[in-house]
Design a binder for this molecule. Structure first.
Ligand code: F6R
Length: 609
């Protein structure tokens, strides 16, 4: 996600800020910017691309100052561009700020400010905050109070660092649902989204909680609540991590960090489409682009995104009652696919750069048919070719093996299916409320799955030396079996095959013996008894069986290897059944001493055919 660093010091802070941004590079970004206060003026430089581009700009237009803020932006509202890069100012250039997070009610606030005669310079949700603070300042409110009042108007998530040209030597920082911390240095203090940005200068840290403001000066930091401005007393903690440990938030690998980010990502995906406390699914972009007479969705994707697409077929057909076909993008582009008038081709892609998926999208575009994407990277090549892009809000995925992108893709597919179902009039209110309850319960249920790792560590210890694995699932959990097999082979180099359980008798059963274990994904479902019958067939051939289920008692007499997930409607189970398979692959690869974040022979983005 985006990164924030700010410093109030007695030395020139520009070089320190640029170094701080470099420490945040691992988070991924598409533009960077910096602001320093000097002689009662705010000096700003911003550029797209890497921090090196910002440094080139600073070499040509040097700026300096003792107080400054800087930012790396990962686009969410508005493409990566100089205008959209942070810092953003108010109309009179009195205040300037950097922001991480998403302002849900930005359009309402923007409309109000435009009505007051304020002209916006960017497409971002962030600029609403700087303009709002400027608006309160103009009405005679003081700097800190103007920030506080503006925050009271905001809905959504935000970490902010704000400068004022009228109060040099001060940064006002605010946190709501997006991390922000204060570093206490010698003759200087820091603000950052992540301690790595200042770890080389200080290890004394105060973490802000949601709804707290910090007023940071060179020698002092004062804390207040956003709601009523009451003073707070907060204690510093000493951090013993080095920079690399801190970038992984203490996790030994990015993959494990990303697996554990999934519950929060689910919250973010839902938050982006439901206003706080309301049950209305806000997808005006979908309403505009997808007409209710749509009769076919062709999904094209590769790898893990293809598995998400297969799950998507079950979800969309069940909820929206639209026919869905799913193709490997690499196959689709080389046949003569039927792309009808009333169809939409949906590209599902984490990176937005996968060569085959891009080629498939271009092909449909050339046929003059509609294309849309579910993508994690704003402004990526595929999104530039699609008529509609639904962004997955997962933040940069650094581990080569995809985990959190898959979960965010599924969450987005649920929302899309529900919206199309409503538009087509096939979803009554009680079903809508049921789907909403299932969706809203997923972050909590996923958290409980991720807390239960000991059983998966035991599986990894017991089975680490095996050379082959079979993964079985049925219905919406058949693609989950494919994904479990892919994760295991990618990072542990164990041969693994995924199959729909009903297909086992048609061939794969020949492989089963006491050296060939099978993972069965079997939550309660319409085909539950049939999957149990598969299990008996495997046991009869001396195969070990590992089960992911929410019906553990049904399996206790067959196997000691049972991972229990919470109760869930079968249609919403894949997010909960996939997470243990991600962790099983992770702990198996760990035991086998594999290079988890960068497995051999694999690249994060496959931009060539
Ligand atoms: C597997 C993995 C790959 C990608 C595939 C598509 O862990 O990461 O299989 O899913 O290369 O990439 P995107 O989604 O970027 O199009």
């Amino acid at each position: 996600m985006c990164g924030i660093v700010g410093i109030v010091s007695s030395r020139d802070v520009v070089g320190v800020l640029v170094n701080g941004l470099k420490m945040l590079e691992y988070r991924g970004y598409d533009s960077a910017g910096i602001a320093a206060v000097n002689g009662g003026e705010i000096l700003i430089e911003r550029n797209i691309g890497k921090i090196a581009n910002l440094e080139d700009l600073l070499a040509k237009h040097p700026i300096s100052g003792n107080t400054g803020i800087a930012h790396t932006r990962w686009a969410t509202h508005g493409v990566p561009s100089v205008n959209n890069a942070h810092p953003h100012t108010d109309q009179s250039s009195v205040v300037c700020l950097v922001h991480n997070g998403i302002i849900e009610n930005y359009q309402v606030l923007k409309d109000k400010l435009i009505a007051e005669g304020i002209a916006f310079q960017s497409e971002t949700d962030t600029e609403v905050i700087s303009q709002l603070i400027g608006f309160y300042l103009k009405n005679g409110t003081g700097f800190e109070e103007a920030v506080r009042q503006a925050c009271c108007d905001l809905e959504g998530s935000y970490a902010l660092a704000v400068l004022s040209k009228n109060e040099t030597g001060k940064i006002v920082a605010v946190r709501n649902q997006t991390p922000l911390c204060i570093g206490l240095g010698k003759d200087e203090n820091f603000v950052a989204s992540d301690i790595t940005a200042f770890l080389e200068h200080t290890k004394e840290v105060i973490y802000l909680n949601d709804g707290e403001i910090a007023v940071v000066t060179r020698d002092d930091v004062k804390f207040r609540t956003v709601k009523d401005g009451n003073e707070l007393d907060k204690q510093a903690v000493h951090i013993s991590w080095d920079v690399e440990e801190a970038q992984k938030a203490g996790y030994p690998h990015y993959m494990l960090k990303e697996i554990n980010q999934q519950p929060l990502i689910l919250v973010d995906v839902l938050r982006g489409r439901f206003r706080v406390g309301e049950d209305e699914l806000e997808m005006p972009d979908v309403e505009e682009f997808v007409t209710p007479d749509i009769d076919h969705i062709n999904i094209v994707a590769c790898g893990t995104s293809w598995h998400a697409s297969l799950v998507g077929k079950f979800i969309i057909e069940a909820i929206a009652r639209v026919h869905v076909s799913v193709d490997y993008a690499s196959e689709f582009r080389y046949r003569s696919p039927m792309v009808d008038d009333n169809s939409i081709t949906l590209a599902i892609t984490q990176s937005g750069e996968t060569a085959d998926t891009l080629a498939a999208v271009r092909m449909v575009q050339d046929l003059g048919r509609k294309t849309m994407s579910i993508c994690n990277v704003v402004g990526s090549s595929i999104t530039r070719h699609c008529g509609l892009n639904l962004y997955t809000q997962a933040g940069p995925e650094i581990s080569v093996a995809s985990t959190k992108a898959f979960t965010s893709q599924l969450a987005t597919i649920y929302l899309l299916a529900i919206k199309i179902g409503i538009m087509r009039g096939v979803l009554d209110d009680s079903l809508f409320q049921h789907y909403l309850r299932e969706l809203r319960a997923l972050p909590r249920k996923l958290t409980s799955v991720l807390e239960n790792v000991e059983e998966l560590k035991r599986w990894a210890k017991y089975f680490q030396k095996k050379q082959n694995f079979l993964f079985l699932g049925r219905g919406v959990n058949y693609p989950v079996a494919l994904e479990g097999a892919l994760k295991l082979k990618e990072i542990s180099y164990i041969h693994a095959e995924g199959y729909p359980a009903g297909e086992m008798k048609h061939g794969p059963i020949a492989l089963i013996d006491d050296e060939f274990p099978t993972v069965i994904v079997a939550p309660a479902s319409a085909t539950f008894d049939k999957v149990k019958a598969n299990l008996e067939e495997i046991l009869a051939r001396d195969g070990d069986v590992l089960v992911i289920t929410n019906q553990p008692d049904e399996f206790r007499r067959y196997t000691p290897f049972i991972f229990t997930i919470p109760e869930v409607d079968e249609l919403f189970s894949p997010i909960l059944t996939t997470a243990p398979l991600q962790l099983f692959a992770y702990y198996t690869a760990l035991r086998r001493g594999c290079h988890i974040d960068q497995p051999r022979n694999l690249a994060k983005s496959v931009v060539v055919e």
